[in-house]
Design a protein around this ligand. Sequence first.
Ligand code: BG6
Length: 486
Amino acid sequence: MATGEPCTFVIFGATGNLASLLLLPALYQLDVNGHLPPKLRFVACARREMPREQWLSYLQGVLQERLPEHYRSDAAASFAQRFDYVSGDLHDAAMYQRLLQRLGRVHANCENIIFYLAIKPADFDDVVEHLNRAGINRQRGRHRIVVEKPFGEDIDSARQLNAKLHRYFDEEQIYRIDHFLGKEAVQNLFVFRFANTLIEPIWNRQVIDHVQITVAEAGGIGNRADYYDRAGALRDMVQNHLLQLLAVVAMEPPAQLEADALRDEKVKVLRSIRPIPLDAVDSYAVRGQYVAGNGLPGYCDEPNVPRDSATETFVAAKFYIDNWRWHGVPFYLRTGKRLARQTSFIAIRCRQPPQLLFDGSAGDRIDPNGIILSIQPDEGMRLEIQAKQPGLVLRSRPLSLNASYRTTQVVSMEAYQTLLLDVIEGDRSLFLRFDEVEWSWRVVDPILQYWAKNKDFVHTYPAGTSGPEEANRLFDHKDQAWRNEG
Ligand code: BG6
């Protein structure tokens, strides 16, 4: 979009959790740093009845609370001036008539409307139906609709949801968010892989023994029990964020840095993941649930969680990519809540040297080379190599070349800034195309089906530890092990 062109950004669910925690603060940060086009206006929609002035003070309160260090009242007031407010029930046609009037007033004949659905997926259908009935999505121009995960609960529901969106929006108009793709360190992975000639010759089954992807969270489920207990860690994290990380690590170089070229390559990876046979799920995936430990409550003691819930708060899984580059290289993925550390990283482990000429500091073996790509809270890269141990004896010892570039706690909000700017500018590269979503569901569906039928196999781990012991049984070799630090 040309930056001088008018654009209206409609936020459904403007007083909800997602909007107040991430969306509004990220938009404010973009505005303060001069990234928002001058003719961009917002229309906030929410159920709460309030005049515009009250919304404006609500908005400023949200920003002050979320961004105490970056809050400036003059900047917040000028950001607020971009906003209008429409109250009403998402399921009520009258709300859309009010929205229509407001849109006419804000930007008559605006050819660029962004509809951001910061609402629960169960309501997507009604919203698109009402937008269509009110004729809002059919106004001139290429409007866009932004949807958050979860995109369905399994492959069938994802297809149904997609069909509903497609009744009124074309694929190029649909922006499916996976906020991990907006993270600085994940984008750095593209640069690391495709701007360094050093990397390409080693990035394959000849050199790499296995890949580990860990997204470990120290926090629990907060006040999201209603959603989380239905979803569980496999749907919440693996189907989207972790499989996207896997796809970016494993993809071939795209023909161009352009949305469809990038997404074609990711889809090829997802399609090449070996399907997990229903009768062998236990050898490929382990689920866990935290129980009370280290002064923290167990999952079933959290507010609004059923006492007998079998929902997993931890998943470890193994995938094989059956293509020329990766055949035989296991990708071990792991994520969980209430783990010992808050850390996300990708660890690439190389093969052992074919001949051991030197004793290692650990005796008769040496640690094979590794490349660690840290995602958060540290961002950067570490190369683990062997070097001579100083002294008279010719021994090797591990040495790290560290290219960490920062430690930050605000990754999610930054990721949203990147993605929101892309939506405004109409760049779809970091958003999921439906075939990516569909193939990712295909990868996890056998696990979901098997677990739904075998509720007893939920292993437990005390809160504040590194997950159930059973996660160790996934390894192909005895010299493979989870690494707990990035
Ligand atoms: C969300 C999940 O998509 O990602 C949450 O629903 C999870 O359960 C969050 O905590 C992790 O994102 P981040 O950016 O905080 O690592």
